[in-house]
Design a protein around this ligand. Structure first.
Ligand code: NAD
Length: 339
């Protein structure tokens, strides 16, 4: 991935305990779209790096999905489960309003619909507010899961010659909003699910609801399976974990799965088919984009179904040029962005 950013904004107001970053990566194809994450980072530097990488990922995700948007991200530094939030999200909203539409925010890890409602009191450049398409019935997460499910089928077709999910062993890491829905789609098709989550309640629910086999969080990476599906946090594919993989395919919802770009080459070298994260997990941003353009849930589903084709094109380009799928996706996105 090429790195150059349009804006990096630091915000601080000690009187209300507010510290945040807005990163705008690229607006060539349209306003920068990307949610707001709230997280307790171990350092300010890590927060900046996270915002930058996530913003860039959003540019590539929108471009390769054919959406008229660029990429950006906001992060609020803080514990998402502690303290009052109204003043923090209103302060963020004020800054977003000053940017006059260059950046449009929404929900991400650690933020909720009610947080976005606070932002909405200050600016209209926000999605995922109460009553929005994305918020209703958690459509954003559901469509993300649906896109990943279709992407898994496209990956099975590429690796095995058939998209049949029945009796395939699929290891799902993370059973939150997306991971749980994904298990639902896969179980309906007869997959054998092996699952994990650091939250024991979610793990038990997946075992009870889907007859899934449970693993401890650190064991999931080495489970012998057809598909490893990372649906928790980013950076899961790194120097420590790649050698432990025991799968034919990696296809999941988490953003920034590769700790560094070079890990895409390492996975390619092992003969594992990697479905690039920002291609396969675009269902959520598709919902947001469709809503901003006045569309409905049916339009979002129709556009999400195109993920299979996009992914197949990435696989074909990688095969034709003898490059990794991660590199092939980056090249397609960069051509579309014109960088
Ligand atoms: P979530 O917070 O609802 O779920 C994440 C789950 O992962 C939680 O249940 C958490 O307990 C679990 N988890 C965290 N660390 C873990 C570990 N080490 N091992 C096992 N489980 C662990 O989030 P979500 O909305 O389901 O999103 C999942 C991933 O997909 C995130 O990386 C997110 O950025 C990405 N994503 C989400 C969407 C969306 O629409 N929600 C869209 C695109 C990408």
């Amino acid at each position: 991935m090429k790195q150059s950013y349009e804006q990096l904004i630091f915000l601080q107001d000690r009187s209300i305990g507010f510290k945040a970053i807005i990163a705008i990566h690229n607006t060539k194809l349209g306003p920068a779209l990307g949610g707001c994450r709230m997280w307790q980072y171990t350092s300010d530097e890590n927060a900046v790096l996270d915002a930058l990488r996530l913003a860039q990922g959003m540019t590539y995700k929108s471009a390769i999905s054919g959406l008229p948007y660029g990429g950006g991200k906001a992060v609020i530094l803080g514990n998402p489960s502690q303290g009052p939030r109204e003043l923090l999200f209103r302060a963020l909203g004020q800054k977003i309003h000053e940017l006059q539409g260059a950046y449009i925010t929404g929900m991400d890890l650690g933020t909720t619909v009610s947080d976005m409602d606070w932002v909405r009191l200050e600016t209209s450049f926000v999605t995922d507010i109460s009553g929005s398409l994305g918020a209703v019935s958690e459509l954003t997460a559901k469509m993300t899961a649906y896109g990943v499910y279709l992407g898994i089928k496209a990956s099975l077709k590429r690796a095995y010659g058939s998209e049949t999910v029945k009796n395939k062993i699929i290891a799902v890491q993370g059973l939150g909003k997306v991971g749980y829905q994904l298990c639902h789609f896969l179980k309906q098709d007869g997959a054998q699910l092996v699952v994990t989550d650091i939250n024991p309640k979610l793990l038990k629910k997946a075992v009870d609801d889907f007859g899934a086999s449970a693993r401890k969080p650190h064991d999931i990476i080495s489970v012998p399976c057809d598909v490893f599906s990372p649906c928790a946090l980013g950076g899961i594919l790194n120097d420590d974990t790649i050698g432990q993989l025991n799968c034919s395919i990696i296809a999941g919802a988490a953003n920034n799965q590769l700790a560094e770009s070079r890990h895409g080459e390492m996975i390619h070298g092992l003969g594992i088919l990697y479905a690039p994260d920002y291609v396969i997990n675009a269902g959520g941003i598709i919902v947001t984009s469709v809503e901003l353009d006045g569309g409905d849930a049916a339009a979002a589903q129709w556009k999400t179904e195109k993920i299979s084709n996009t992914l197949t094109n990435v696989f074909s380009k990688a095969d034709a040029q003898g490059i990794s799928t991660a590199e092939a996706a980056d090249q397609i996105a960069e051509q579309l962005i014109g960088s």
